[in-house]
Design a protein around this ligand. Sequence first.
Ligand code: SF4
Length: 694
Amino acid sequence: VIDQGQPEHSVTTTCAYCGVGCSFEAHMKGEEVIRMVPAKDGQANHGHSCVKGRFAFGYATHQDRITSPMVRDSIDQPWQEVSWDEAISFAAKRLKEIQKKHGKDSIGGITSSRCTNEETYLVQKLIRAAFGNNNTDTCARVCHSPTGYGLKATLGESAGTQTFDSVMEADTIIVIGANPTDAHPVFGSLLKKRLRQGAHLIIADPRKIDLGNSPHVKLDHHLPLRPGTNVAFINAMAHVIVNEGLEDKAFIAERCETQAYQQWYSFISDVRHSPENTETITGVDADQLRQAARLYAKVDNGAIYYGLGVTEHSQGSSMVMGIANLALLTGNIGREGVGVNPLRGQNNVQGSCDMGSFPHELPGYQHVSNDALRSKFEQHWQVDIDNEPGLRIPNMFDAAIDGSFKGMYCQGEDIAQSDPNTHHVEAALTSLECLIVQDIFLNETAKFAHVFLPGSSFLEKDGTFTNAERRINRVRKVMAPLAEKADWQATMALSNALGYPMNYQHPSEIMDEIAQLTPTFSGVSYQKLDELGSIQWPCNDSNPLGTPTMHIDDFPIGKATFALTEYVATDERASRKFPLLLTTGRILSQYNVGAQTRRTENQVWHDKDQLEIHPHDAQERGIQGGDSLGISSRAGNTVLTAKITERMQPGVVYTTFHHPESGANVVTTDNSDWATNCPEYKVTAVQVEKVSSP
Ligand code: SF4
């Protein structure tokens, strides 16, 4: 690391990588960031950071940044650089022509969990007010949409219940389908601190994760469940607790809806959910599971943390509800040290959901079919809003292939690379008459675009991100947008060109509008954020300083509801043709499809994605470490390098997805969650064969 000397000034802002939302001081010389220093008073990170936030900011000024808008008539033509006015007029004209020819519902858009709350709010407003439909969705569709659905259905609010610091009061910690030391490193460190103090640890994961091997951390149970069997597992945990009378009867009587509980009780008591009867499904030893259930139920404070290994399944929403059931059953809700804690992937997954990006919900999870709620927005926006939900992302792709969906605005999301079943996505994108991509780099999706609007990085704009603990953090501009406009300004220009006027002078005005229309944000303003440092929503008259712990006295729905979570096996099962199950994850130094981290010094810590395979499966196929392997599924084929490791259980293989050339999503299928269409990235039946040796 080259010492860049003393800064001339510094600006407090928020990391744009993961859902921990660490605060940083950007040390500046003029408009150049010379280093990022974790803020000691950062309320999510308390002066800590990981290698991504600390070192991987150089992508913002990387030579690959596109700084001029571009257009082309068709995707086989070269790009033409044009002015912002020309690009916006081109896009608006095409969208209007499409709507004239194919109807108002023939276009839509996708918001990004990478962008600020204010930008996300504006994109969904553009779609509802200027496009005139509800065809708005967020890339959170493909990660945590089951969290929103499952927690709203059971606890009444689509968000996690705790602060990160709450873990320091936990006695037993269950980590399900998450790898916090790699994917949420600053929270992972806090978790380890609590574990070193003696808290019990239960990990439910098909793969051995580093957390369980950390020095001075005692792993009580690793429950290596088979991919796709989460719901059978969580039901068995609840069955043990009910069967052994370990439930918190007082909490259930006082805080939970009686009839729903009685129905659930008779469902879960059935012997089909016993650890012995589910062992053949999950692969988890019945005795280990029984001990783990007791360890969670018997301590004062039991906390559950989960990640995409819970949500990205055909039963993702059922599993989220199953986790909520378990917390309710044991009274582990409504105080420090307990709770249901989704570890959100991207920096603003929580925010992009809060801001009304979903086709059925306006900002603050206010349903479009509710006349009173919709009319509040109609009056404020001076426009009629459709009372029917619009298209979700996979429905947009299907409609594009059918020929009824022709135009898309995609902000800050590389759908061609990050969505499952790449061949299907590419077929959909190819059939569009107008694809507008707004991004900082010419990403894979841009290959199918007609308009490219250069995006702005987190260093080039003001706004807010909301982290996994509902904490709204300020993002502060440290340099002028390289392409002259920040993303929110480009969205505003498109709206104006389409005939729906938007005229915000600063993102703080957008937040003021959000606060007026969203009850959980009614007390939020930039001034208050500056005063308090950050705010955890709900922030309103009842909670003017925000709400660190949810559901202390009651639930937004009055009493919480137990949900029936019947286990249904996924279609992605090992077969003679595809005998192994592929699951996916991240490493510490890289981030998602790597568009940012691969353009920073962090590249030195990683060269390419590998396929982790158990020695038994490798030996059966004559595979040595470093061999080139062909991976095939019913969706497609790709090639990865072999890494033989006992981290994996036999029958299960694993890869990361940080490099476009490894094409992990070429093999993932379009199976998805029954309630939300979140793709089943975590289970793909594959065959693995040796192609060549190094
Ligand atoms: Fe950024 Fe997450 Fe690392 Fe914090 S833990 S520095 S938010 S990537």
